[in-house]
Design a protein around this ligand. Structure first.
Ligand SMILES: Cc1cc2nc3c(=O)[nH]c(=O)nc-3n(C[C@H](O)[C@H](O)[C@H](O)COP(=O)(O)O)c2cc1C
Length: 487
């Protein structure tokens, strides 16, 4: 067994050992993009920093066995003192004073509470979007430009908003979209989503960059619970192949390949936060890495993504898996048509929650052109069992979902609201979010005069104004009419 004192001597770029969960690892050869943060913990216990960002098995699978140096004598390890600042104390007070779940009335409320109770770093990572965050605003604002044309005098005693997504039953036309780093917001991370999804029969899309390990998330699922997998394609295709085939062998039902992120967008809120949180004393030691210092949580974890990914690779994906393939991040009808011609099972019209190309259009706007053009070019009508159209970004109300359904979507993905729900209230928060959506579906379908989703038709929406892009004032996003912490 190693002593803490021995480990502490390996505290430099030349020899860098760290302790994670009581075990010592030699990471000297792995000091690259994320070096600065690793060097900060050189010779020390890095568990606290490591935990939210990496699944438990990441270090053991990525480091060769000879770099696993064995356990450390616990009593000899110097504690990493985490200073509790006044700000942190105030945050903890806000956590204990947050409103009860009964007081939460809509999905915006979760965002407002999360903003007040999340550690700053987590809020920055979750809420941030690229550049001036114009696409982030537009994602929700676009729904404000679609208005309803409801029908009356239909017997709406019984309304049913359940549906089928890629052949799997779902209690509503909504799935949990993949969002990385769940443990930044809550110690149970993505498991909160898995558990709540099981209770409500909602499909969860598991992210490549989850904080919990893939198998932990699968193990937390109930028998028969449907899960999809979101894939960031690794430059090392052997790793990707292993991941995909493992997912398939564990019963994952569909593979969503993210195609809008050859490089991650500049999420400045996230980057600035990381920069401030960083210990400046280690910056100078990193020599050539001056440019890397303010990259934020997102970039720190994404260096492996393959920038060369292209259409031809789809043949390879088809050869390594039988799971249906869906392209996540399609942004114009031309690419949707190409995807259809390649024989994939569907596309997600998405701009990654505004986190990639700023001024990319909203998914809901793209949906209208995709439906029009695929009808014109290939005679397709939607929803279509052979080629599903999904939309995500800015969905906060059942009315948003119903607009997408009316326009031909099979289902919509929701990202941040569920993250905010579990960050503030754990699994129960996510369940509450589903209950809110169920209530909204019931009321809105009755008021719309639709008894099931088939009756939610294009004639029920007016999209004549959808393409006029109005700039939303900067500070007015999702900010009104929200519950708030009272002290
Ligand atoms: C914090 C966060 C992390 C995300 N991580 C991923 C990811 O790892 N892979 C991916 O394909 N999309 C990722 N997304 C995008 C979501 O899957 C989804 O497209 C987006 O959140 C939808 O917008 P919404 O948050 O407004 O609902 C992330 C989004 C957020 C907010």
């Amino acid at each position: 067994m190693l002593s803490g004192k021995t480990v502490a001597q390996h505290n430099s770029r030349e020899s860098c050992w760290i302790i994670v969960h009581g075990k010592v690892y030699d990471v000297t050869e792995f000091l690259d993009g994320g070096s600065k943060i690793i060097l900060k913990y050189a010779g020390k216990d890095a568990t606290q920093e490591y935990e939210p960002i990496h699944p438990p098995d990441a270090i053991t699978t990525n480091l060769p066995p000879e770099k696993h140096l064995g356990p450390v004598e616990p009593d000899t390890v110097e504690k990493v003192v985490v200073e509790i600042t006044d700000e942190e104390k105030a945050r903890q007070e806000r956590v204990s004073n947050r409103p009860s779940l009964e007081e939460i009335l809509n999905l915006h409320d979760f965002e407002n509470i999360a903003k007040q109770v999340l550690p700053e770093k987590a809020w920055a990572y979750y809420s941030s979007a690229s550049d001036d965050e114009m696409t982030l605003r537009e994602n929700h604002a676009a729904y404000h430009r679609i208005w309803f044309r409801p029908r009356i005098l239909r017997d709406v005693t019984n309304v049913d908003w359940s549906t089928t997504i890629l052949g799997h039953k779902s209690s509503m036309p909504v799935y949990i979209s993949a969002t990385a780093l769940g443990k930044l917001g809550h110690p149970d991370g993505e498991l909160n989503l898995t558990r709540a999804a099981a209770k409500h029969n909602i499909i969860q899309m598991i992210p490549t960059l989850a904080s919990c390990s893939f198998d932990e998330i699968l193990d937390a699922a109930q028998p028969g619970q449907v899960q999809f997998f979101q894939l960031y394609v690794n430059k090392d295709r052997a790793i990707t192949k292993k991941l995909v085939q493992h997912a398939e062998s564990r019963g994952v039902k569909a593979l969503f390949i993210t195609v809008d992120a050859p490089q991650l967008g500049r999420r400045e809120k996230d980057m600035r936060m990381k920069f401030e949180a960083e210990d400046p004393s280690v910056v100078s030691k990193s020599g050539s890495e001056g440019v890397d210092r303010s990259q934020g949580a997102a970039r720190a974890i994404s260096g492996f993504i393959d920038t060369s990914l292209n259409w031809n690779d789809l043949h390879w994906f088809k050869s390594i898996t039988k799971m249906p393939l869906i392209l996540k991040g399609v942004q114009c009808w031309e690419d949707a048509l190409e995807a259809y011609d390649f024989g994939v099972a569907g596309v997600v019209l998405s701009n990654h929650g505004g986190r990639q190309l700023d001024f990319a259009r909203s998914g809901i706007e793209i949906l209208v052109e995709v439906v029009t053009k695929l009808k014109e070019k290939r005679g397709l009508t939607f929803p279509n069992e052979k080629f599903s159209l999904f939309v995500d970004g800015g969905v906060r109300r059942a009315t948003d979902v119903l607009k997408a359904i009316a326009l031909g979507a099979t289902a919509v993905g929701v990202g941040r609201p569920f993250l905010y729900a579990f960050s503030a209230y754990g699994t129960e928060g996510v369940e509450k979010a589903f209950e809110i959506l169920h209530d909204e579906f019931q009321m809105n379908m009755r008021l719309l005069g639709a008894r099931n989703l088939k009756e939610v038709v294009p004639e029920m929406v007016d999209v004549s104004n959808l393409q006029s892009h109005v700039v939303v004032p900067r500070d007015d996003l999702y900010g009104n009419n929200c519950a708030s912490v009272s002290l």
